[in-house]
Ligand binder design. Structure first.
Ligand SMILES: [Zn+2]
Length: 78
């Protein structure tokens, strides 16, 4: 098993996705994420969420449907 556990990955996930984690940490996180379905799902979710947020921030205003979808995502209901 990896030395990095799920909590460590999730705590550093935003830094990782922002490219702020250093190279060693990045490689450890990537190795864990590759091996761990739970974290992989979480990373997929965060990546999609961030893509939505970036689109939202570039536009003048988020369409109401997008905002509703985002609220649903954030509240954790499917
Ligand atoms: Zn994990």
């Amino acid at each position: 098993m990896s030395e990095v556990d799920c909590n460590a990955v999730l705590k550093r996930l935003w830094a990782f996705l922002d490219g702020e984690a250093d190279e060693t940490l990045c490689r450890e996180l990537e190795a864990h994420i590759e091996a761990c379905l739970h974290c992989r799902n979480h990373v997929d979710f965060e990546r999609r969420l961030r893509a939505v947020i970036q689109v939202k921030c570039k536009g003048e205003q988020a369409p109401p449907a997008l905002r509703a979808a985002l609220d649903r995502l954030l509240s954790g209901s499917q």
